[in-house]
Ligand binder design. Sequence first.
Ligand code: SAH
Length: 300
Amino acid sequence: MAKTWPALVLKASAVDDSEEFVSAVLADFSPVAIHDLAERPLPPGGLWDPTFPPIPDPPPTPLHWNVCFSDADERDRAALAIQEALPHLSIQAVDLPDEDWAARSQQSLKAVHAGNFIVAPPWDLPTSDDVGQIVIVIEPSMGFGTGHHATTRMCLRLLSDMDITDATVVDLGTGSGVLSMAAALMGARSVIGIDIDRDAIDSAETSARLNTLPDSITFVVSDFRADRPQPANLVLANLTGGMLTSSAAAIAALVRPGGELVLSGFDHTEVDGVRHAFGPSFTEVNRLTEDNWIALRLRR
Ligand code: SAH
């Protein structure tokens, strides 16, 4: 059955500062996606008009967002908090069909190559031509991370360049468990994959059983912002630009001195904010871009 997401449809009746306030309230919750549905007319000539000076921003439109949550309780708590902060906003609780679900399950029929890794569904396991590659078997299901998203692939590419033998690793927002399994298969001493979504952890555990993994890997349902994990040599965080920025201090504190961070889930409009939030105690080792998404490797 296709998945649905517990969601809120938020609408303002006029152009105001609702976006800023809603974002501030949402920072205390864990929306899995925010879709901005407000219509913004394209400037004349479109976004790629090469004339100079640059095209001014289009006129603002009233807020119209669909905000998806991983569970209905969280959605309902967020609705109350938003209603309290912004009584004038129209707020509707709905279950939105996951429109990408069918496409994703079609796509996930095939194995994907990224760096030293092949992420494969159980029915498309690689052949002996792929020697030297590390195979991660993922049962495509509710957990994000089949290798069909650019951010997952870039994290795997960044991992491919690292020596993490004997390292301790924490994977914030593990989804399907793909990055945790990659780290375990690369010889990490211990790997903890954390996700706020019970369905994701169930799917990670299902996929883990399809691989021959060392017993150094553990999956837990938890919100990393509430139950702080132990600091590690390597922290993986493929989340959202908003969450990385607002939780940067908490995430940074999880990286042991000399340790590294692999971040993704943001685009070129967000990268400076994310980079800035981690501050000067981190140096940038590498930066990848794919499909307009960005991944960073930072060292503390
Ligand atoms: N690591 C995987 C999945 C990334 S999707 C990959 O790279 O492909 C991001 C995941 O983060 C989702 O599964 C979501 O449920 C989880 N998540 C979001 N906020 C979280 C939080 N505060 N604590 C733990 N997990 C969170």
